[in-house]
Structure formats: structure tokens, C-alpha cells
Design a binder for this molecule. Structure first.
Ligand code: ADP
Ligand code: MG
Length: 323
């Protein structure tokens, strides 16, 4: 079974940033309002994530490292009612199979926390420990037991860029959570956690970009949309400024990006890409997030209708402001 976890890890844990993604998503799912991320050497040496979420009860700790152990869905119907980011129960099993992991966790109902050490999927020790409510997970020596994968790790610089991008994405998707990101002891990002998308954008990209954004807010039969769109001709940057979220999950959605470009047509010339920070809320029963292992792609039930509705509302929004 440990071998299977090591193989499965190939799908979930491609590089340090995938570990960071899975761990932060777990923190968000745990209801945290504050997540602290500490990275050393592009995540190759150390990844430490601390949250103030619900924690894991001592009796449940071992289970969280088992493959397909998830507390988030109880039966198949829950898949159609899914607002949590995780649901496969693969991340902790996969990550712990290919690293040295330490977890300290405490629920508010238990007087004392639990500290567990897992190496290459083996639980080495588990003991009670004094702790704050919430969970800290430390990942050391990623891929120490899969040298082939370790060889494919990129430079510290490249891995750091991946991690920073990813933290930005997760912060934008979760304005209600305060993110603190420290890289090699240098503070990289602190978001206010005030549940305002614009404050997150400001803390990541600065205030200049915020001055050129147009707010979108609309609800129809197929979805609810909120967020901002903008024109990258004003804010000259090569940064990736297209962020699309569905039910707080960032996705690659061609239909959403196409709808934005179509909406802009004839109104403003866009040389580069449009800027967008878009949150869509869609009934989970009408989307399928299950088609990609890292959940980047989604499939919509009413794709055509959604596209038209989206294009038209964005166009109306653009026409309603003087540009
Ligand atoms: P999934 O997120 O798909 O359920 P994971 O392997 O990522 O699976 O996590 C396994 C389980 O461990 C989760 O279902 C959750 O119950 C628990 N867990 C993991 N991380 C945390 C955390 N930071 N806070 C509270 N519970 C957690
Ligand atoms: Mg998870």
C-alpha cells in the first residue's frame, strides 16, 4: 500500500508548490481565518504551514494519512454538494509517502494536542503535545525516497516562483483568510483577511492596478459572479493577471476567458490579456470538478448558456462605465 501511495503521489505531488497547494487548501477547508506559510529553499528543504482551523482529533490523526480517507464526503451524493476544496483524501497520504512530515494538531474540544511524525508513509511516532487550536504541518526533504523525482526539481528560484504564484492564487480565492507568507526568513506577503477581494489584490499587486479595475456583480440562473475585470493596456505587466475561481477553487476555464475577450470586442482594443479576478459561484451539482487530478479543470453542465450569459453581463458592465 505504501508503494501505491508513492505512485499516487506522482499525480498529486509533482513539486513543492503542489504540496503547498494541498496543505493550504486543507487549512482553508478546516475553517481557518489565518494561515502562515514558511518556505526554505524553494520548499525543497522545508515547507511549514500553520493554521488556526478546526484541527484533527487525536483519534482521527492516523486516519488522515490513509489513502482515500477524507472527512469531507461521506457518500457519493456529497460529491454533488461540494464546496470544500479537497475531497479525494489523497493529499496527506501522498505527501507523507514522499517526504518527512511532522504534524502538530489540536481541536478546541481536546485539552491537549497531538504530534505525529511520518517518514516515507510510516508513522514513526505519535504523542500528546501542548499546542494551540489548529494544525501545523512541516514537510522536510521532499522526494527523499524517490530520487528520480528529486532530480526533476527545478532551481530554488524557479520553485519559489511557483510557490509564490500559488499562494497569490489561494489568497485571491480566499479573501476571508489572512495569509502570511515568509520565504527564507523574508516576509513576502501579508493579506488583511478582511474578506475584501480588492484588499487582497492591493496587497499582492499594489494600489495602481486597483484604480483601473471595474467591478462585476451579477446573479443569474446559472451562476453568481463577483469580482473585477480590467484592461491590461493600462497596467502594463507581463504578470499573469487572469484569475478565475469557481466556488473558491481556481480553475483554468477557457469558456470564462473567451467570454471576457468577446465582451471586450469593439469596446477596447486589448493587445495583451485582459485582467480579471472573477469569482463564480455555481451549484456544485452543475459542475464536474472530478475530471482533473489536481482539480484545475472543470466541466459545466450548461456550458453554452453560461458562456452567453457571462459574455453579455461583462459587456453590459463594460459599457456602463466610462473608459
Ligand atoms: P481531503 O482534503 O481530500 O479530505 P487530505 O489527504 O488532504 O484529504 O486530508 C485528509 C483529512 O485530514 C481531511 O479530510 C481532514 O479531515 C484532515 N485534515 C488535513 N489537513 C487538515 C487541517 N489543516 N486541519 C484540519 N483537518 C485537516
Ligand atoms: Mg486536502
Amino acid at each position: 500500500d505504501l508503494t501505491i501511495n508513492k505512485i499516487a503521489a506522482g499525480e498529486v505531488v509533482e513539486r513543492p508548490s503542489s504540496v503547498v497547494k494541498e496543505l493550504i487548501e486543507n487549512s482553508v477547508d478546516a475553517g481557518s481565518t489565518k494561515v502562515v506559510i514558511d518556505i526554505q529553499d524553494g520548499g525543497k528543504k522545508l515547507i511549514r504551514i500553520t493554521d488556526n482551523g478546526c484541527g484533527i482529533a487525536s483519534s482521527e490523526v492516523d486516519k488522515s494519512f490513509l489513502r482515500h480517507a477524507t472527512s469531507k464526503i461521506k457518500n457519493i451524493d456529497d460529491l454533488y454538494d461540494l464546496y470544500s476544496l479537497g475531497f479525494r483524501g489523497e493529499a496527506l497520504a501522498s505527501i507523507s509517502a514522499v517526504s518527512k512530515l511532522e504534524m502538530i494538531t489540536k481541536t478546541k474540544d481536546e485539552p491537549i494536542g497531538t504530534k505525529v511524525i511520518v517518514e516515507g508513509g510510516h508513522i514513526i511516532s505519535k504523542e500528546p503535545v501542548g499546542a494551540h487550536n489548529g494544525t501545523t504541518i512541516i514537510i522536510k526533504d521532499i522526494f527523499f525516497n524517490t530520487p528520480a523525482r528529486q532530480k526533476f526539481l527545478k532551481s530554488t528560484h524557479a520553485e519559489t516562483i511557483n510557490i509564490s504564484d500559488l499562494i497569490n492564487k489561494l489568497a485571491i480565492g480566499n479573501p476571508h483568510v489572512q495569509f502570511k507568507y515568509v520565504n527564507n526568513n523574508k516576509s513576502m506577503l501579508t493579506t488583511p483577511g478582511d474578506n475584501k477581494l480588492l484588499s487582497v489584490i492591493r496587497s499582492i499587486y499594489g494600489k495602481e492596478i486597483c484604480e483601473n479595475l471595474i467591478e462585476v456583480n451579477y446573479e443569474c440562473k446559472y451562476f453568481k459572479i463577483s469580482g473585477y475585470i480590467g484592461n491590461n493596456n493600462i497596467y502594463r505587466s507581463n504578470k499573469n493577471l487572469q484569475h478565475v475561481y469557481i466556488n473558491k477553487r481556481f480553475v483554468k476555464s477557457k469558456i470564462v476567458l473567451d467570454a471576457i475577450s468577446e465582451a471586450y470586442k469593439g469596446i477596447i482594443p486589448i493587445n495583451k490579456h485582459s485582467i480579471c479576478f472573477i469569482q463564480l459561484t455555481i451549484n456544485p451539482a452543475n459542475i464536474d470538478v472530478n475530471i482533473h487530478p489536481t482539480k484545475l479543470e472543470v466541466k459545466f453542465e450548461n456550458e453554452k448558456e453560461m458562456y452567453i450569459e457571462l459574455r453579455d453581463i461583462l459587456r453590459k458592465t463594460l459599457l456602463s462605465v466610462s473608459l
